[in-house]
Design a protein around this ligand. Structure first.
Ligand code: TYD
Length: 213
């Protein structure tokens, strides 16, 4: 039995996950949360991240991509996430298994049952206690990150991001207990408030009302 609390943040590129994660880490500081991002979070996973996001790797096949995300995640789960949860820590992860279903499944068109098996194999079935889905129109997401240089996935275009968005909404409909949808068109402060309300409910359910309890 894992004692910790595992929260993941999901959404299309530019949905504001990274800003939300920063705010949550700050607001939940009393719980000493551990912030992670995928792909990445371990030396091996960061190397895989470079392969995945490198715009030179244009001919990367969809299944190759799926296996690489799974490999990066496997390393992160085994060396960081599971040990931290065993110690009773709180984890806030920028992306996890739902990204694979949304991007490689709904975005790239790989079969969902293959990806579900891959997620199961790479994580040993470990799911977050709570997933916050930041739902935003991909065109708005693109405007928000217009100043950044796009990586390989971001270059896939708006239609791709729209499929990813609809995929996320479908995944959320299938697991309404775990996945809560937040309207990420709202200003960051409002989204942070909405996220904290969801997290508070989870803390209460787990009997975590006092930091360290
Ligand atoms: P990143 O720069 O971290 O983007 P973001 O800040 O939006 O998370 O790049 C991660 C990219 O990898 C992003 O475009 C989504 C993609 N991705 C997948 O396609 N599948 C996955 O399983 C994961 C974890 C990420």
């Amino acid at each position: 039995m894992l004692k910790g609390i595992f929260i993941s943040l999901e959404g299309v590129d530019g949905s504001g996950k990274t800003s939300l994660k920063k705010e949550l880490l700050c607001r939940l500081d009393a719980f000493h949360p551990l912030g992670l991002r995928e792909p990445g979070g371990t030396p091996i996973s960061e190397k895989i991240r470079n392969l995945l996001l490198d715009t030179a790797n244009e001919d990367m096949q969809a299944r190759t991509e799926a296996f690489l995300y799974a490999a990066a995640r496997c390393q992160l789960v085994e060396t960081v996430i599971r040990p931290a949860l065993q110690e009773g820590k709180m984890i806030i992860a920028d992306r996890y298994i739902d990204s694979t279903l949304a991007y490689q499944g709904y975005g790239r068109g790989l079969p969902l049952d293959f990806l579900q098996q891959l997620n199961q194999l790479s994580t040993g079935g470990l799911k977050p206690d709570l997933t916050l889905l930041l739902d935003v129109d991909p065109a708005e997401g693109a405007r928000r990150r217009a100043k950044d240089t796009p990586d390989r996935l971001e270059k896939a275009g708006l239609l791709f991001q729209e499929r990813v968005r609809q995929g996320y909404l479908q995944i959320a409909r299938e697991e309404p207990q775990r996945i809560r949808i937040l309207d990420a068109h709202k200003p960051l402060g409002t989204v942070v408030g909405d996220a904290l309300r969801e997290i508070q409910q989870l803390l209460t359910k787990k009997g975590w009302n006092q930091p360290g309890s």
